[in-house]
Design a protein around this ligand. Structure first.
Ligand SMILES: *[C@@H]1O[C@H](CO)[C@@H](O)[C@H](O)[C@H]1NC(C)=O
Ligand SMILES: *[C@@H]1O[C@H](CO)[C@@H](O)[C@H](O)[C@H]1NC(C)=O
Length: 364
């Protein structure tokens, strides 16, 4: 009797929750940035920055490589899950047409950065300016389907995620000793420069109709298996790269605060990816990982050298590794990051977490 009463309550609560999700339909979701959030655009390009062959995708629902730089789901997929939506398709996917445009789109492209000269070694990738042009093109396509007013409403109400900055360090400033950018700028000047360029990109997103934008900076660049393999003698995170990431993230929060006060609204939300990663990197066991130094897939020290391919070492259990390949987290680690995006304190999510945003926006 009691049990069935409780079941009734639980199903009622379930209905109410579902009701709020479906009454407005899941909001659209747009994704911009680099490999941390690319869901397969690079599959359609002539580039070396790709993740479309095994063992990538080994734990994805289809068990196939999709272009995601993960063993399974990536950060946008997990956010879509919480929004109650299908994962957003890569913008270049031929499957993205008709009603599917209503779900949103993913414009991200592995290898890109804030600067145009970041990732030039990957040849044909979709630089951020081009991603923004595609966003305009997307809006024209949607408009011919549902009209300009509905399009604008969908875009204004959408959630947006943008992840940039890591490649401006590892695939530009620190790519080679005495790189062009490192001869041109001291680190503090370079950070100031890329943050000012990031600000222009965010302003453009606003101009194109975005009103809720999660902005992530870099993770702890000095701690990824690739950098441990190249720069660390004793397995400690590289101090210089950590300093770079830390400096960048600090200034990013400041820039976002400035932008929001100029706009008079909390449009941009800084997600401190650096700190979110550092939690499980500093104390992997507390998060159920056996290591945060050795990548699951790769070769050489820390499995941090070269690409993750069918010929690489592969760990049998991806749930106990924080890093999937030399640069990218496993699905399990991505879930920990998204949990913080959803529920994190202001130290992680500034000025507020995604749960608060969703609750606020549901009311208006
Ligand atoms: C990058 O290239 C685009 C398109 O060519 C240009 O509009 C933009 O100003 C460039 N950005 C920087 C920082 O040079
Ligand atoms: C989100 O942030 C708010 C304000 O910091 C906090 O009170 C709340 O516990 C966080 N988590 C959720 C699920 O809202």
């Amino acid at each position: 009797m009691m049990a069935s009463f409780i079941t009734l309550i639980i199903s009622l609560v379930g209905l109410v929750t579902l009701g709020t999700l479906t009454s407005t339909e899941a909001r659209a979701f747009f994704v911009f940035g680099d490999s941390l959030v690319d869901s397969g655009n690079n599959n359609f390009l002539a580039t070396t920055a790709r993740a479309d062959s095994p063992p990538y995708g080994i734990d994805y629902p289809t068990r196939r490589a999709t272009g995601r730089f993960s063993n399974g789901l990536n950060i946008p997929d997990i956010i879509s899950e919480y929004l109650g939506a299908e994962p957003t398709l890569p913008y270049l996917s031929p499957e993205l047409h008709g009603e599917r445009l209503l779900v949103g789109a993913n414009f991200a492209s592995a290898g890109i950065g804030i600067l145009n000269d970041t990732g030039i070694q990957f040849l044909n990738i979709i630089r951020i300016t081009k991603q923004l042009q595609y966003f305009q093109q997307y809006q024209q396509r949607l408009s011919s389907l549902v009209g300009p007013e509905q399009t604008q409403q969908l875009v204004n109400q959408a959630l947006v995620l943008i992840t940039l900055g890591g490649n401006d360090f590892v695939n530009n400033y620190y790519l080679i000793p005495y790189s062009v950018r490192s001869r041109e700028f001291s680190l503090p000047d370079y950070v100031r420069y890329i943050v000012s360029e990031y600000k222009k990109i965010l302003a453009k997103l606003y101009e194109l109709g975005s009103r809720r934008v999660l902005v992530t900076g870099t993770g702890p660049l000095g701690c990824v298996p690739a950098e441990l393999a190249m720069r660390s003698r004793d397995g400690q995170c590289d101090v210089e790269l950590q300093r770079a990431g830390d400096m960048f993230n600090g200034q990013l929060v400041q820039m976002i605060n400035d932008l929001n006060s100029q706009l008079g609204s909390d449009v941009f939300i800084a997600a401190n990816a650096f700190r979110m990663h550092m939690d499980f990197i500093s104390n992997p066991r507390a998060y159920g990982f056996i290591t945060s130094k050795i990548a699951c897939c790769g070769q050489g020290p820390y499995n941090g050298i070269g690409l993750c391919t069918i010929a690489s070492n592969l760990c049998p259990d991806r749930n106990i590794f924080a890093f999937w390949d030399a640069f990218h987290p496993t699905e399990r680690a991505n879930r920990i990051i998204v949990r913080q995006i959803l529920t994190g304190s202001p130290d992680y999510m500034s000025p507020m977490n995604l749960s608060t945003i969703l609750a606020l926006d549901a009311r208006t």
